[in-house]
Design a protein around this ligand. Structure first.
Ligand SMILES: C[S@@+](CC[C@H](N)C(=O)[O-])C[C@H]1O[C@@H](n2cnc3c(N)ncnc32)[C@H](O)[C@@H]1O
Length: 209
């Protein structure tokens, strides 16, 4: 399976709207966490089984991974998890999805694709337009969690988010305290690899103020 797809390709201009929360979750009133770039969804399957008091949505641009995750959903009784296929940037800006953003308690960007070459930086998922949209539509107190093992990408993300006056960076010591969507600190597949190979993880949390 191809590891990378170009998120700016016209294949990803059209996105399916996420159905209203009461159609996808047994209890739509639970706090909602979004994981952007959820890949196979392993992380979310584990989280959603352990934390029945949260709802989770995974967004992934590789269609095959989402199809497989949805097949896996059919064989399980999972009423607090939903997978959405597409470019997160377009999913957020889709008119039907805008209202969902108001219900988000937290979002994680776990190990986003680094797109190392300068000419590819525009393919990175965290872009000024996305941050601007989130800063205007997420509710006060909601959180954004960032993790990456690529220092240069981390600096780029930090710079992009710091340009919004509506997000305040929290001290890293607060990570544990605030990681309420993942109290048992389940690791993503990339995180397991990074830890196994003793690479450094850069992380930050932002709060909508
Ligand atoms: C390096 S992988 C990390 C996967 C997982 N979060 C982890 O930590 O193991 C990055 C994932 O983000 C997805 N992705 C990249 N750009 C995206 C975008 N614009 N919208 C949604 N998903 C995207 C990729 O297809 C890939 O599955």
């Amino acid at each position: 399976m191809r590891q990378h797809v170009n998120p700016l390709s016209k294949n990803f201009f059209e996105v399916d709207p996420i159905p209203p929360l009461n159609q996808i979750f047994e209890n739509p009133k639970l706090p909602l966490h979004l994981d952007v770039g959820c890949a196979s969804g392993d992380f979310l399957f584990e989280l959603s089984l352990k934390n029945k008091n949260w709802n989770y949505i995974g967004i992934e641009i590789r269609e095959k991974l989402v199809l497989n995750a949805n097949l896996k959903m059919k064989s399980r009784e999972n009423n607090n998890l939903y997978f959405s296929f597409g470019n997160a940037n377009n999913i957020f800006s889709h008119s039907n999805n805008k209202s969902i953003t108001e219900f988000i308690t937290s979002i994680s960007f776990n190990f986003p694709d680094p797109w190392f070459k300068k000419k590819h930086h525009k393919r990175r998922v965290i872009q000024p337009k996305l941050i601007n949209f989130l800063s205007n539509s997420m509710k006060k107190g909601s959180l954004i969690f960032i993790k990456t093992d690529v220092r240069e990408l981390f600096d780029h993300i930090e710079l992009t988010i710091s340009e919004s006056i509506k997000f305040k960076k929290l001290a890293i010591k607060d990570v544990q305290f605030y990681e309420s969507f993942n109290p048992s600190r389940i690791q993503t597949n990339r995180e397991k690899y990074v830890i196994l190979n003793q690479l450094k993880i850069y992380e930050s949390i932002y709060k909508k103020i």
